[in-house]
Write a protein that binds this ligand. Structure first.
Ligand code: GLU
Length: 303
């Protein structure tokens, strides 16, 4: 199959799409991103790469980082995680509070904010220098030391992330946060402020397509843990649009409000997109369309 041709066609078809959605502005530092940016990158399991558009340009990966932090925490504390966070889709927006109170401070899953904040707490407890060590992990996965946090974005969210403070306080009140709120949220805001390009993101997600091993064949998490992480991505990776993503695209994946999406077909490929305009559910509008076209045109989805 001529993958370059396939992604070129998708790019050309969508590039001038009139409705590109809306750039997230609730984190002020993200508001200035160019709505016309659009990139796609495909990495096959054999390492071959195909890129189009702004695939090399870095962007704020935001919630996509939740899969990376979860993989690190899962490898460190194993199944102990699941007493503190569930694995059911929430059917609600990423920063929804009500469910957390109803369910006694146990977040529905690790990919909504409440769950990711619990995972951040685990990493703050387990890592010696949490922010440095987590960055090292991501750099090692991608084999790329240029990856770093955007400190302005982290500060911007720290100033305005009132809902995340509310979530952390609620978690703390239920005894589901071991460390102090400011330390955990400082870590969480930094992990979300990681900047990566589609190319780098494809490398980072390669372990989820390759039974836990990176391109250099190093095992980061077990094959059985990858099975579980992919299941969580499929059922919970797109806020309250996870069902739509599974229906339209048919791949496990994760989106972020920076407009990125990383998706994968175990044993086959990783595909990443970046288009900062979001739909009403907070997922990249062009990214969702591009991935739907990709799996439909190539017939390559897990279903
Ligand atoms: N840092 C963002 C927040 O917590 C991430 C949201 C997202 O990408 O879904 O609000």
């Amino acid at each position: 199959m001529d993958y370059q041709q396939v992604i070129n066609n998708i790019y050309t078809n969508l590039k001038n799409f009139e409705n590109k959605g809306t750039v997230a502005s609730y984190i002020p530092e993200l508001a200035g991103v160019d709505i016309n940016a659009f990139g796609i990158h495909l990495k096959l399991i054999n390492g071959l790469d195909f890129s189009v558009g702004n695939a090399q340009q870095q962007f704020s990966i935001q919630s996509i980082s939740k899969v990376l932090s979860l993989s690190k925490a899962f490898s460190l504390v194993q199944n102990k995680l699941w007493s503190r966070v569930g694995v059911e889709p929430s059917g609600n927006p990423f920063n929804y509070l009500t469910l957390l109170e109803q369910e006694n401070g146990i977040p529905r899953n690790p990919l909504i904010n409440a769950g990711a904040i619990v995972i951040a707490d685990v990493l703050v407890s387990e890592l010696k220098n949490p922010k440095e060590d987590f960055l090292k992990y991501v750099r090692a996965l991608t084999n790329d030391d240029r990856i770093t946090y955007n400190y302005k974005v982290a500060q911007s969210e720290k100033r305005t992330g009132f809902k995340n403070f509310a979530i952390a306080n609620l978690l703390k009140s239920f005894g589901n946060l071991d460390n102090d709120i400011d330390t955990v949220l400082d870590f969480y805001f930094h992990q979300c402020a990681l900047e990566m390009s589609c190319v780098q993101l494809s490398r980072a997600f390669y372990i989820f397509a390759n039974h836990g091993k990176c391109l250099k064949n190093k095992q980061y998490i077990s094959a059985s843990q990858v099975k579980r992480l992919n299941a969580i991505m499929l059922t919970c990776g797109f806020y309250d649009e996870a069902g739509d993503f599974a229906f339209d695209v048919g791949l496990p994946g994760k989106s972020g409000v920076g407009g990125g999406i990383a998706a994968l077909f175990p044993g086959n490929f990783v595909i990443t997109t970046w288009a900062p305009g979001l739909n009403q559910k907070g997922n990249s509008l062009l990214g969702m369309k591009a991935l739907e076209l990709f799996t439909t045109k190539t017939g390559r989805s897990i279903f």
